[in-house]
Design a protein around this ligand. Structure first.
Ligand code: ADP
Ligand code: LRH
Length: 471
């Protein structure tokens, strides 16, 4: 059996097919990378799911034969299928506004406490539960498949629901890790929509013959931590339990890994989430708006260069303006500099005067968001934290890593940038008997990539003052 594995990893800003080789240590190469993002059609925001699938096939063809394939993606979004397995319409992007007011309605009818007690999930307007309740075609649907499960279905013909991603729907019982059927019934959702659950490491199926013909080889598909954040946290190169993580890409997911959920009223009030992780772990975290803020600024400045902007931002005046990165106004696509300027004015600050000053504002604001989430995660869970592991594309942003260390007053260990891919392939490697537990997986990641450590520095009181402006 070969020791090569393919990871399909769909992020909100790019997708990639990565090839891992475990013949000696763990090496990773990029077989194919392709852009991803929202597409607006007729006033609605969608994913270009067929375009993504075409790129996945191109990536698998380029990767060449492997022992198995694993698929992960961003959470919460899904496709509805009819009885014949055909897709009913294009998957809607979680940044679409169709769920406006739905979370409030559900809290009014079921009760926010009751919902949290069952799912342990933070309230985000786009959680699957709210999307389904805003769904016009539910009556025609036979099955709901989350995005990685949809890709798995197209590759193999086998339908199922991988549990880490199912936990982001708001419809999974956080204690039993089964579909929360009483809640599903109470909401009037058809229970039959939700396919049988799969665990990371379970077999999904062999490639369909036509798919194998198209890519030129065949291999089984295996369930992994199909929520990208589940895979990323599985690959955090921590050496013990006293760590916090920031999985930093389009979103920053900041929190701690726990053996069980925290469902206290304080935890609900702080809008902390309990997502299902590998091996029964819980990702106890809150979403921080993440590098989306920077991505949308760059989109507003055609021709700008991220590297140059980051250099210039480092020379800008500290704390000239900061915003709460989680302002709901920042969620949809649109003119981000204008929205940041409006938020600065609203909080009595002068808006940034140049792109570099905006970038400085975004990075300091994100670091403040990381600090608040890490501190609250520690307080609410009682977990000691000695180090913050920052993984994902954001770990390549040195200024953000240093600001996060300074703001948290803790060392930051940055990398790997491809933590999600590592988590994806290591669950496959474990199913093949090549690695044992999470600790061994993490040690392999640490040994295969140079990690950079940032010590906290700077003026602690200045961070406190900046935080007091926005939270
Ligand atoms: P996602 O999986 O959500 O699409 P990624 O983890 O791929 O996100 O992270 C993408 C982000 O990482 C980019 O928007 C960018 O801000 C940041 N990034 C990637 N490479 C670099 C780099 N070399 N320097 C600074 N930032 C980077
Ligand atoms: C990160 C992520 C995050 C979810 C969001 C929708 O890619 O999966 O964990 O909250 O996308």
């Amino acid at each position: 059996m070969s020791r090569r594995f393919a990871a399909v990893d769909l992020g909100a800003s790019s997708g990639r097919v990565m090839l891992a080789d475990l013949s000696g240590g763990l090496s990773l190469t990029e077989a194919h990378r392709f852009p991803n993002g929202p597409v607006r059609v007729g006033g609605r925001l969608y994913w270009d799911i067929l375009g993504l699938y075409r790129e996945i096939l191109a990536g698998l063809r380029a990767a060449g034969p492997v022992s198995s394939i694993g698929v992960d993606s961003w959470a919460v979004d899904y496709a509805l299928l009819d009885e014949s397995g055909a897709m009913l319409g294009n998957p809607v992007h979680y940044r679409d506004d169709r769920t406006a007011g739905v979370a409030e309605r559900v809290a009014g009818s079921v009760g926010a406490e009751a919902l949290y007690e069952v799912s342990g999930l933070q309230v985000l307007p786009f959680n699957t539960i709210y999307q389904l309740l805003a769904e016009p075609r539910l009556g025609d649907a036979a099955t709901m498949l989350m995005i990685p499960d949809l890709i798995g279905y197209w590759l193999t013909g086998e339908a199922g629901a991988e549990v880490t991603n199912a936990s982001t729907t708001g419809l999974l019982d956080v204690r039993t890790r089964e579909w929360a059927l009483p809640l599903i019934e109470r909401l009037g959702l058809p229970a039959g929509l939700f396919p049988p659950l799969r665990q990371p490491g379970d077999a999904v199926g062999g490639l369909r013959r036509d798919v194998a013909g198209e890519i030129g080889w065949s291999a089984p598909v295996r369930a992994v931590g199909s929520h990208d954040t589940a895979s990323a946290v599985a690959a955090v190169p921590a050496t013990g339990p006293a760590f916090a993580f920031v999985s930093c890409g389009t979103w920053s997911l900041a929190g701690v890994e726990l053996p069980g959920p925290v469902l206290t009223p304080e935890s609900r009030a702080a809008n902390f989430t309990n997502e299902a992780g590998i091996d029964g772990t819980v990702r106890y975290l809150r979403n921080v708006m993440g590098l989306w803020l920077l991505q949308e600024c760059l989109r507003a400045w055609p021709g700008s260069d991220l590297g140059e902007l980051l250099k210039a931002a480092a020379a800008e005046r500290p704390f000239a303006a900061v915003v709460n990165p989680d302002e709901p106004a920042f969620l949809p696509p649109g003119d981000m500099p204008a929205r940041i300027a409006a938020e600065c004015r609203r909080t009595g600050q002068r808006p940034p005067a140049s792109p570099a000053a905006y970038v400085r504002c975004v990075l300091e604001s994100l670091a403040l968001g990381h600090r608040l989430a890490v501190r609250q995660a520690m307080e609410l869970s009682g977990r000691d934290v000695e180090v913050v592991h920052l993984v994902g594309g954001g770990s390549r942003n040195e200024l953000l890593c240093q600001f996060t260390a300074d703001a948290c007053g803790l060392p930051v260990v940055a990398g790997p940038g491809e933590a999600t891919t590592f988590g994806n392939v290591l669950v496959q490697a474990r199913a093949a008997g090549l690695v044992s537990d999470l600790a061994e997986m993490r040690a392999l990641v640490a040994a295969s990539r140079p990690l950079r450590r940032y010590e906290p520095s700077g003026d602690r009181a200045a961070w406190d003052e900046a935080a007091s402006r926005v939270f």
